[in-house]
Ligand binder design. Structure first.
Ligand SMILES: Nc1ncnc2c1ncn2[C@@H]1O[C@H](COP(=O)(O)OP(=O)(O)OP(=O)(O)O)[C@@H](O)[C@H]1O
Ligand SMILES: [Mg+2]
Length: 293
């Protein structure tokens, strides 16, 4: 296999609810751009990787998220295969890991607690701190189906939601403070420099307001948003990422979610170019480091 061969790995369909096409398209667009930069890129499904005995090439760009395949990727990393995002960074987006990492790295994040979904159901007392209700999110992966992320306006619905998750075999859930404000979506590639307006080199940061909302138009600092997003991405070790943040009435930025390699749907052209530039530099740098060793 040539030195510039790489594999792109699709996200598992179960992890792309409603976004199967967009998720596949960004991986394909990135592969095409990599080809234009002199790489030979093949695309594989997570299932193909799981079943195959084929040896991987030196470089992988990865959207899959399930634990068994991440274990396989980690094994390959130990043998020198360069991967973006890394398996450990992807694993860190599972909420049980994300919470402590955000806390440790002082990412502005809503008050959150990981609880067992088993009874006893939290009582009225649990709501004293959060009288406007709270979010209930499955404790492991991001939403893969209805019922994985639910707003509980009062104790009874919190109890029902936890019980429903438990019945589905989800053992832990995150209870999270509701943050009122304008919902922002953001995308990033590489190490985002909060001082740069448009990013530098292969690095890129883009934000926009989520469509389905009544926008209040709270003032906030775009630089603070980029800084918060990059702090969050660095805390998890993500290089290609997307997430959600809230701009509050007081002008605060709160990161509420961070995902590995999102679909970049509204910015596919631009994103695929930025990601491919970043990957090309990263992969070539890996070869140079390898030669020096
Ligand atoms: N703490 C919060 N405060 C306010 N709104 C929230 C909060 N948590 C979640 N939301 C709302 O619910 C949506 C989904 O939450 P979150 O992003 O954590 O879940 P997800 O599993 O990543 O789902 P998705 O794939 O839809 O982003 C957010 O985009 C936001 O609109
Ligand atoms: Mg989200």
């Amino acid at each position: 296999m040539s030195a510039l061969s790489c594999w792109g790995i699709y996200r598992e369909l179960a992890h792309s609810p409603g976004r199967e096409t967009d998720d596949a398209e960004i991986l394909r667009a990135t592969a095409q751009r990599l080809e234009e930069k002199g790489f030979r890129a093949s695309l594989k499904t997570a299932e193909e990787i799981g079943e195959s005995r084929e040896e991987p090439p030196a470089f992988l760009f990865v959207m899959c998220e399930r634990l068994p395949i991440l274990a396989r990727l980690e094994h390959w990393r130990e043998r020198g295969v360069c991967q973006v995002n890394s398996a450990s960074a992807i694993r860190n987006t599972y909420r049980d890991r994300m919470l402590p990492l955000f806390e440790k790295n002082r990412v502005p994040f809503p008050a959150s607690v990981l609880v067992p979904t088993q009874l006893p159901i939290p009582s009225e007392a649990a709501f004293r701190e959060s009288p406007t209700g709270c979010w209930v999110k499955r404790g492991d992966v991001h939403a893969t189906q209805t019922g994985d992320v639910v707003f509980a306006p009062e104790p009874a619905s919190l109890g029902h939601t936890l019980a429903a998750m438990n019945a589905r075999g989800i053992e832990r859930a995150v209870l999270q403070e509701h943050i009122p404000g304008d919902l922002i979506k953001f995308y990033g590639v590489g190490e985002v420099d909060p001082r740069a307006q448009t990013g530098n080199g292969g690095d890129w940061f883009q934000w926009f307001y989520h469509r389905d909302q009544r926008l209040e138009g709270h003032a906030f600092s775009a630089r603070e948003l980029a800084a918060a997003a990059s702090r969050a991405a660095a805390a998890l070790g993500l290089e290609v990422f997307g997430g959600d943040a809230i701009a509050t009435r007081e002008g605060r930025i709160v990161v509420i979610d961070l995902n590995a390699w999102p679909s970049f749907a509204l910015y596919r052209e631009k994103a695929s170019e930025r990601i491919a530039s970043y990957l090309a530099a990263r992969f070539r740098g890996h070869v140079e480091v390898g030669v020096q060793e």
